[in-house]
Design a protein around this ligand. Structure first.
Ligand code: NAD
Length: 531
């Protein structure tokens, strides 16, 4: 058995079984049958059931929020906000699955004009979802809702720190199905720690949607490799916030404070590093320290954020802070004494060398480093130097400079002039690069992540050229080669530039065999149509 504990008070909230290999395999077997039933429903059938689930989550938001508050220690309003985000995603996935995944015709191309070509997205079967504890509703629902909407069944293993929230989610989905008279176990719960997760990864499910640390993702991939089970990995981050000289400093400082300290910094897309243009560094620091100084951790209604949920995390935070200070960093707010488990008061560090753990590793606490840089370009290169690449933020009043910086940041997501903006837009894909993982949840990409694309061609008429038969003739081959030469044999070469030094760097549009006719068309006097 495992106990789930309120991290602020130490009170045991409930106990759950630790499921072993046999129980996990039994759940996956049951899920296979449920998956066949669920995939057999039409789009509207699944849409209505998911919307009923959304409605259940909304109506019982208060109860679920209270449970998340007690199990993670985060403030009640933060729990509410997290559930609201999950509701938005269930709604989007339910309403958009058909549009994104239904069969659609694609152009077959000139060489296959006699074929009707269709692509569609079929469900994979059973998805194993392994969740973390820091956002025990929003994070797993980002996989579960999209997997269900795509027609899959799900076996869900919540974190061993938040099994009660996971159980509540699974029960709520069953209640939504009951309204329709359905009892199939489309969404099932298994509980336990790493070994239960490993059993799920080895169980032969069609895909594992894992959210957690990069170190655990490696173990999950190793376990899944035996059965060639594909893995979607949503891992940690070391997100940077970039502040340009022309930025709205008040808004940037506010975003940095919230992005770094909310949920006690236990946010995968939380801000852990800030790079500020030299010329506004001091004004920014003044604003940031003022905002952060007012924050207070606790479990009462007035607290800014809660305790560290993972008992070992305060030690990691203390190590990163001590290492940064030992390497010549300075603390503008807080310091080593900020850590008093289970709480950590806000810490703002400056002059921290770029190779120290506080800059390179995920701290996952209410700490942030602030570093002056020459400009946005230098900020981007510092931000991109790390192993992680999950989210990022850019503050600038110059829209094109901000967008250019956003594009060059090596992260899966960037918000301009706000933090975490991308997580609120359900149509946007969510995921990282490098140590932050691969694959995407949310949006159309999130729906396709839980499907296999199926390509179908249907021959509508006899082909003009008999190419895929031993009855093929030399004439057929000559004709296809001539057609291909006309279509694809154009010459591509560097455009001659009049500017010295640029020759060879621009490329001309390809020379088309129809070019001369096009020219003649253009010379025709205005107002006269084509012949
Ligand atoms: P974790 O890696 O310790 O555990 C994640 C899950 O994996 C848990 O359910 C755990 O029981 C399970 N697990 C552990 N060992 C396993 C194994 N060998 N095989 C299979 N499953 C195993 O992570 P955590 O401490 O729960 O969560 C915090 C981490 O998650 C942070 O790094 C955070 O950044 C990351 N995270 C990422 C996202 C995202 O969307 N990218 C969202 C939330 C959290």
């Amino acid at each position: 058995m495992l106990e789930t504990v309120n991290p602020a008070t130490g009170e045991v909230l409930a106990t759950f079984p630790v499921h072993g290999r046999r129980e996990v395999e039994a759940a996956v077997d049951q899920a296979r049958q449920a998956a066949a039933w669920w995939a057999g429903l039409d789009w509207n059938g699944r849409r209505l059931r998911l919307l009923a689930w959304k409605s259940h989550l909304t109506r019982y938001l208060g109860r679920l929020a209270q449970l998340v508050h007690e199990e993670t220690g985060k403030p009640l309003d933060d729990a509410r906000l997290e559930i609201i985000l999950a509701i938005v995603h269930v709604d989007w996935a339910a309403r958009h699955a058909r549009k994104v995944l239904r069969p659609r015709r694609v152009h077959p191309g000139l060489a296959a004009l006699n074929q009707a070509a269709t692509v569609e997205y079929q469900p994979l079967g059973v998805i194993g979802v392994i969740g973390p504890w820091n956002y025990p509703v929003f994070t797993p629902v980002g996989s579960i809702a999209y997997a269900l909407a795509a027609g899959n069944a799900v076996v869900f293993k919540p974190s061993e720190l938040t099994p009660a929230t996971g159980a509540w989610l699974v029960r709520s989905f069953a209640s939504a199905l009951e309204v329709f008279g359905d009892v199939e176990p489309v969404l099932q719960l298994i509980t336990g720690g790493g070994s239960t997760g490993e059993s799920l990864a080895r169980s032969g499910v069609a895909k594992i949607a894992f959210t957690g640390s990069a170190a655990t993702a490696r173990k999950v991939m190793t376990a899944a490799a035996d059965t060639l089970t594909p893995v979607l990995a949503e891992c940690g981050g070391k997100d940077a916030l970039l502040v340009a000289a022309d930025a709205d400093l008040e808004a940037a400082a506010d975003a940095a404070a919230w992005g770094a300290m909310s949920n006690a910094g236990q946010t995968c897309i939380g801000i852990e590093r800030v790079y500020v243009a030299d010329s506004v560094y001091h004004s920014f620091m003044e604003r940031l320290t003022l905002k952060v100084a007012d924050l207070r951790p606790g479990f009462d209604g007035e607290a800014s954020y809660g305790p560290m949920t993972l008992p070992s995390q305060p030690e990691t935070v203390a190590k990163h802070v001590a290492d940064a200070l030992a390497r010549g960093g300075r603390s503008a707010v807080g310091g080593p004494d900020a850590v008093a488990a289970p709480y950590v008061r806000p810490v703002v560090l400056t002059e921290v060398p770029e190779h120290s753990a506080a800059v390179t590793e995920e701290t996952f606490g209410p700490t942030v480093t602030v570093t002056p840089v020459a400009n946005l370009g230098e900020a981007v290169s510092f931000a991109n130097a790390g192993r992680y690449g999950l989210g990022s933020a850019v503050f600038s009043r110059d829209r094109s400079a901000a967008m250019a910086a956003a594009r060059s940041l090596r992260t899966g997501m960037t918000s301009v002039n706000s933090v975490l903006g991308f997580a609120i837009v359900p149509a946007l894909p969510f995921g990282g690069v490098g140590e932050s993982g691969f694959g995407r949840i949310h949006g159309a990409d999130g729906l396709r992540e839980f499907c296999r694309p199926k390509a179908i061609t249907r021959q509508r008429m006899k082909p003009p050229l008999n190419l895929t038969s031993f009855g093929r003739t030399d004439k057929d081959m000559r004709r296809i080669v001539t057609l291909m030469t006309l279509l694809h044999g154009r010459l591509y070469r560097p455009r001659r530039s009049r500017l010295p030094g640029l020759a060879g760097r621009c490329f001309s549009r390809p020379r088309s065999p129809w070019r001369r006719w096009g020219r003649r068309d253009r010379r025709r006097p205005a107002g006269r149509g084509r012949r």
